[in-house]
Design a protein around this ligand. Sequence first.
Ligand code: UD1
Length: 360
Amino acid sequence: MKVISVVGARPQLVKLAPIAAAFAKSDHRHVIVHTGQHYDADLSDVFFSGLGIPDPDVHLGIGSGSHGAQTGKALAALDPVLAAEEPDWVLVYGDTNSTLAGALSAVKQHLPVAHLEAGLRSFNRRMPEEHNRVLTDHAADLLLAPTEEAMRHLADEGLAARAVLAGDVMVDVCLAVRDAVRAGEHPRPVLPDGVDTGAPYLLATVHRAENTDDPQRLAGLIDALADLPVPVALLAHPRLVARAEEHGVKLARGAVHVGRPLPYGAMVAAVLGSTGVVTDSGGLQKEAYLLARPCTTLRPETEWTETLADGWNHLVPEPGDLGRAAWIDTATRPAPAAPRGTPYGDGRAAERVVKILEER
Ligand code: UD1
């Protein structure tokens, strides 16, 4: 069997790592195509080197642009590559513009396409990721769902016959890296100046278009972080840095100490070293849950609803609406005493994905 993985953005590289490792243990041919949506070393190269992913076989170098331009460039560049490779499966990951481009290129060339992390929904039609995941699910031949909840969403949309519960490959990689961090196999993370890894700190990221692109909203979120009584290590995605500069919003002030995005191992170590996480990232909400740190999510909804159980994750769309004391209490709350379930599977999802592709 020959499978092409189409990836392009940071979260896809994390999911690619366990899949590439599972293929390496098999007799199948696995071809990695990187669209080049993410090109900064911090967002791309360090994930290949840090997670032991083989270099991409093909790099399309499409770069940044408006949603249409970026998706269109990737689509046009993918067509000849997929046509020449004639894979048995095209595997697309998550919900980025690269995901949609991969699914469209494959389906229009009658190449079987499988969507990893199918069935997630925020039901927020303003999110670019929601457009990408809904359109990809409806185009794909095989829907690899991470959770029961995702299976229900697919059934509600008439897609049950194409859906399989595969589990979540992010558990595979997160738990393996956690164990390596604990065994001292990863260097200590470099946190921003002013954040002492031996003392309590919160780890924060903000990068969603809904949070970064409106100047008032961005300023309000940074005000709220700056007001917290513990140091906040804000690992700044290039989109955040670019929009903050454009809108004249100063990031480094009050409790906020700004650093660069971290490689995956350092990120897991930084979560483990923290007392909690404040984020709008989907992946980080789940990593906080898997690593038993309380998470505060700066969004009105989450695709990973299982993390909300027992207060492990709290949704705070507008910290300003909560009132100062309640915001501080929420963001600095201790980890709940309640044990966490295993809604995301057993950490062997990638092997299962390879088996499912093989059987079909
Ligand atoms: C993309 C995904 C988002 C995912 C995120 C993870 C879409 C619609 N969104 O958002 O779901 O959570 O990746 O990071 O696909 N930039 C750089 N260097 C880079 C990449 C981007 O400087 O290597 C800057 C550019 O200013 C660019 C902006 O970040 O315009 C946004 O990049 P883009 O790839 O469009 O989306 P992300 O915000 O990264």
